[in-house]
Design a protein around this ligand. Structure first.
Ligand code: NAG
Ligand code: NAG
Ligand code: NAG
Length: 694
């Protein structure tokens, strides 16, 4: 949609405009021409680029970012729809108007939409009523679960808490059988939406209704129930528009990714009506929820639910949009910033707060380019489509470009629901910890006067709190977990109450999420600066000592949990090796950054070291992948198939361990094998970092 908005940097409120002109003039005095920049860089690395960093930060504007968000969220823009396409056009036009090299990659993928839904309840005292039609009056897709099969189900209502295996055990003990029931599940407890439906299916339930605590009472959380990532018809390869291989519905590999019983999300309000009508035994105290169902009775019945869902599947064209800023010295090394664009509804938080930040980073980079700046390495801004259906846009692109990304991608920086409220939350692969911390010291906190983000963030958390990336909840998953690219995920605030509902709108953002758009500005600042450092530092700012130390921590929790069931010596040895190499590499980097080496050999030696730093993460991949799902190749970070796993790392090993706990069989050989696999992966990372043949 060619909305006539401020995509040109010259259209803005006058005061900002004057300020920018001033900066321009100052900028022209402080910056060298691109040519002299290039030459000098090789001797005196990062000094001259620093003014660009300051300029990047000073170009921030809460006005532009607010305008971007407003334009992006005027209409609901679900992937595969006309409005979805218009949003792609909007982003593309923005990049083009900035003079950036722009590219669109299209994929043809299987998407799923609702056609007809009905839910009636027969109450013992009130008779039959239609329930479950919330969010009326919004021009959005009605609440549904993408890839739910069509079907009709009639059964007694039964409350099953989070719908975990252990919850069904509780039911069994109480003598309640879920078979033939329509189960009502609250979201949470570490269960994925699809996982909940599959567990219910195994127990013989005929349908699943999910609701979300903490959500607006009338809001409903839409979502996908497909297992795994990417287009279901092209597992492992890019679903190019013309001529690629495509599986069919009915093929086992395809069918395995979809549940067999219908499901849909309901509002908190509807859930309340159903749950309060139930009789039967009381659930345990932990099953009481925010509905204030004290001593909640779980059923089954006497309320009888009648649920009909009819969906349709479409082969839709989706659009990933890119802006490319070619590197001047290492154009074949990529620093990627990614955010998805498609939304279940208006998407003001999820994901377009991130899109607005991406467009603002693009605006600022384009401005720097007018001042003569070119990054050393190539920067690519990525706007993904169809993330909500299962990370489809990013996954197809990664699968299609697996060789070039695998050998050239330096880092992937993800931002999804950029602004949900106050407070920084960040996840990284550990070699990026130091860089991230450094960047938080450079950007002002949006909620704390003159303090830096670092000061506010560490005060809140009483120290540094960096999460890791084992989840599969955004587009970093294909980059890190499939092809081993060091990754970051950044957001402000968490657990926003309008998640995937019609209330996730611009209006919510200006009343609750970020009324003055300073948090958006902070995210754009962190994100853009991280990418600048990764694209500019002559030696990649990766610290593998942090990785080794993190792995050491994992090993001690592992050792406690194993209780002597297997030997972790192989892992300990390989971590020791990684730590030693990381230390050597740290010294080498220091020498190279102040080296008196001639320009030519200096360039080559730095490039050699950088390649080792970039590829070390790839060492953690294993061709055989995770036992639970072989598409996931990373043996340190990835999803374990058992949600009860308390590890949060070494997913395949976690599965082997929890399996052995459950079956009470000594599964020692499997556990030991998984330990060896992890140990070999860490050794591969150490070898890649060292760069010498054994
Ligand atoms: C639950 O009921 C189904 C159908 O009647 C039956 O096949 C199944 O064995 C029962 N499960 C338990 C745990 O009793
Ligand atoms: C359930 O609902 C469908 C569609 O509204 C209706 O055709 C069917 O008769 C209902 N079944 C029962 C048992 O109430
Ligand atoms: C931008 O920030 C200023 C200063 O806090 C504020 O007065 C203004 O309303 C903000 N603009 C928007 C669009 O929120």
């Amino acid at each position: 949609m060619a909305r006539q908005l401020c995509s040109s940097i010259f259209k803005r409120p006058t005061t900002t405009f004057v300020f920018i002109i001033l900066l321009c003039i100052l900028g022209l005095y402080t910056f060298d021409s691109p040519l002299s920049h290039t030459k000098k860089m090789t001797q005196e690395p990062s000094k001259e680029i620093i003014p660009f960093y300051d300029t990047f930060l000073s170009l921030s504007s809460n006005y532009t970012v607010a305008e971007y968000l407003h334009s992006l969220t005027i209409h609901s823009h679900l992937a595969g729809t006309r409005e979805g396409y218009q949003t792609a056009q909007y982003v593309k036009t923005h990049f083009e108007n900035l003079g950036l090299e722009t590219k669109v990659s299209e994929y043809k993928v299987l998407l799923s939409y609702p056609v007809h839904l009905s839910l009636t309840a027969h109450f013992s005292n009130l008779g039959t009523q239609e329930i479950g039609f919330p969010e009326v009056g919004f021009d959005v897709v009605r609440p549904y679960h993408a890839y739910s099969p069509s079907g009709m189900a009639v059964g007694m209502a039964l409350y099953v808490n989070y719908g975990r295996e252990e919850d069904y055990h509780v039911l069994e003990v109480a003598g309640v059988n879920a078979s033939g029931c329509v189960v009502v599940v609250r979201r949470g407890g570490g269960m994925s939406r699809g996982g909940v439906v599959r567990e219910a299916e195994v127990r013989g339930a005929v349908a699943v209704l999910t609701y979300t605590e903490g959500e607006y009472a009338k809001g409903v959380e839409r979502g996908t129930v497909m297992k795994g990532l990417g287009d279901p018809l092209s597992p492992g390869w890019g679903s190019v528009v013309e001529g690629g291989e495509r599986l069919k519905r009915g093929d086992k590999e395809v069918e395995d990714r979809f549940p067999k019983i219908p499901s849909m999300p309901i509002s908190l309000e509807t859930a309340q009506v159903i749950l309060r009508s139930l009789e039967g035994p009381r659930g345990p105290q932990e099953w009481e929820d925010t509905l204030k169902n004290k001593g909640v009775r779980i059923g089954p019945g006497p309320t009888l639910l009648n649920f009909t869902y009819q969906g349709e599947e479409k082969s839709a064209t989706i659009h990933d949009v890119f802006a490319v800023i070619r590197g001047s010295e290492e154009p074949d090394r990529y620093v990627l910033l990614g955010n998805h664009r498609d939304a279940w509804t208006f998407g003001a938080v999820d994901p377009n707060s991130g899109t607005a930040a991406l467009l603002d980073v693009a605006r600022r980079y384009a401005f720097l380019m007018r001042l003569g700046w070119r990054p050393r390495r190539t920067i690519i801004l990525c706007s993904w489509d169809a993330e909500e259906f299962g990370m489809i846009g990013s996954t197809e692109w990664v699968e299609e470009n697996i060789m070039n990304l695998g050998s050239r991608a330096v880092a992937y920086l993800n931002v999804d629901c950029a602004v949900q409220g106050p407070g920084l939350f960040v996840s990284t692969t550990p070699q990026l910890d130091d860089l991230l911390i450094d960047i938080t010291k450079k950007v002002k906190d949006p909620d704390a006067g003159d303090k830096t983000i670092f000061e506010q963030w560490t005060a809140r958390n009483k120290g540094i709190n960096i999460q890791r990336l084992s989840g599969v909840d955004s587009d970093f998953a294909p980059f890190l977990q499939h092809i081993g690219v060091p990754s970051v995920d950044i957001y402000y605030g968490k657990d926003f109450p309008v998640y995937h509902s019609a209330f996730d709108s611009y209006d919510w953002m200006i009343t609750h999420g970020d009324p003055l758009f300073h948090r958006h500005v902070a995210v754009a600042g962190l994100w853009g600066l991280l990418a600048l450092r990764l694209a500019e530092d002559p030696i990649l700012p990766f610290n593998y000592r942090s990785y080794a130390l993190q792995l050491q921590e994992y090993t001690s929790s592992l050792s406690n949990m194993l209780e002597g069931r297997a030997s972790i010596t192989p892992i300990i040895t390989s971590i020791k090796n990684l730590l030693a190499v990381a230390q050597e590499v740290g010294e080498e980097a220091k020498k190279l950054s102040v080296s008196g080496a001639s320009i030519d050999t200096g360039v080559l030696m730095r490039r050699m070291l950088n390649d080792r730093l970039m590829l070390a993460e790839r060492g953690l991949l294993d061709a055989d992948g995770l036992q639970g799902n072989r598409w996931f190749k990373h043996l340190v970070y990835g999803p374990s198939s058992n949600y009860e796993s308390k590890l949060g790392f070494f997913p395949s090993l976690a599965d082997a361990m929890s399996h052995s706990t459950q079956t009470k069989r000594g599964n020692q050989p499997t556990i030991q094998h998984e330990i060896w696999r992890v140990a070999r992966a860490i050794q591969r990372a150490a070898d890649a970092l060292k760069g010498d043949l054994n």
